[in-house]
Design a protein around this ligand. Structure first.
Ligand SMILES: Nc1nc2c(c(=O)[nH]1)N[C@H]1C(S)=C(S)[C@@H](COP(=O)(O)O)O[C@H]1N2
Ligand SMILES: [Mo]
Length: 322
């Protein structure tokens, strides 16, 4: 059996990619040996296909369209964005969030901004929706597992928030935390990652105009599966940097340890810039499958955002700082 049951997986192997990869190899093996019809029946019978997403709770948001930093590639369908999602607090399968994330209470929601700042603050997300003008940014998202999507996010540049709290001269990095609440996020009852999910950026990456705090997509508030009510989006980095259901932003002097670095330091570096020339220890990063397409595309340096961000890394060895 190529698929290991959870209790046979060593802690060192617990990464989404292992599970996903094994399942993919298993499915590819099936494709090679059986008729296509039989496979789709099997996939359906095993419940791999997720249920139709519930979007009835989403609210329409006012926003500006056609931001110049948007891609003109066609967006992935809303149903696919919702149902094909990594959100480990609800389970390690792509289809777990759609069956589990409805438990999350998203209003009221507070995001605190603390650390090396002159004016620490608490942002009420319902308030943010009233007071800020939201922009639509159509960005590519490239997952480290080899798939990609195009998502019409709604949000504000993260630098609008960071400037308001007035970073001190010691603020060199920014640390981000997702919610920790095992009652609402059942997979936090297990040690899949060191909860809460933690990410980090260098201060210039966090201040970059491409980096946004997203509060919506496709013209409405964020689906719970995609990190409601507020998440980070950093389009030139692998998807896992774009941390969901954010509750804390801390400006710090030293480079923070991220959950994925802590879980598997050889596979997930602090920078995690999309780079087709730096493979993951167990697979290549040269190509990607855009969800909804059959043939693979070549992965672009910095996920296609090199014109905007390459200067941030001038003089750095990107094999060392992967
Ligand atoms: N809190 C939290 N944020 C997270 C994750 C997660 O498991 N927990 N998964 C990451 C990964 S691996 C990816 S690819 C993106 C996927 O975001 P999307 O499904 O909303 O497009 O979310 C990222 N943010
Ligand atoms: Mo990912």
């Amino acid at each position: 059996m190529l698929i290991k049951s959870p209790n046979k997986i060593l802690p060192s192997e617990i990464t989404p990619e292992t599970l996903y990869h094994n399942r993919r190899q298993f499915l590819q093996h099936l494709i090679a040996t059986s008729a296509t019809l039989a496979i789709s029946n099997l996939v359906q019978a095993k419940g791999v296909l997720p249920p139709a997403p519930d979007t009835s709770y989403l609210k329409t948001l006012p926003h500006i369209k056609n931001h110049p930093l948007s891609t003109d590639e066609s967006p992935t369908s809303l149903a696919k964005i919702i149902s094909y999602s990594n959100f480990y607090e609800f389970g390690t399968q792509k289809s777990d969030p759609i069956t589990q994330a409805h438990q999350l209470q998203i209003s009221p929601w507070q995001l605190i901004v603390v650390g090396e700042v002159e004016k620490p603050g608490i942002i009420d997300i319902d308030d943010l929706l009233q007071k800020f003008t939201l922009e639509e940014r159509i960005y590519r998202l490239r997952c480290v597992e080899g798939w990609s999507m195009v998502i019409p996010w709604l949000g504000i540049p993260l630098n609008e928030i960071l400037k308001r709290v007035r970073p001190t001269s010691k603020a060199k990095f920014v640390q981000f935390n997702s919610l920790f609440d095992p009652q609402q996020m059942p997979a936090q009852q297990q040690h899949v990652l060191n909860w809460p999910y933690t990410e980090g950026l260098r201060i210039d990456e966090a201040m970059h105009p491409l980096t946004i705090l997203s509060v919506g997509l496709y013209g409405k508030t964020l689906p719970k599966e995609n990190g409601a009510p507020v998440r980070l989006v950093v389009p030139w980095k692998y998807g896992f940097k774009s941390i969901k259901s954010l509750v804390k932003i801390r400006l710090v002097e030293k480079q923070p340890l991220t959950s994925w670095e802590e879980a598997a330091p050889t596979g997930y570096g602090f920078y995690s810039n999309v780079n087709p020339k730096v493979p993951h220890p167990r697979w290549s990063q040269a190509k990607e499958r855009r969800i909804g397409e059959l043939t693979k595309r070549n992965t672009l340096m910095f996920n296609g955002y090199a014109d905007q961000v390459a200067t941030l890394y001038q003089g750095m060895d990107l094999k060392k700082y992967f």
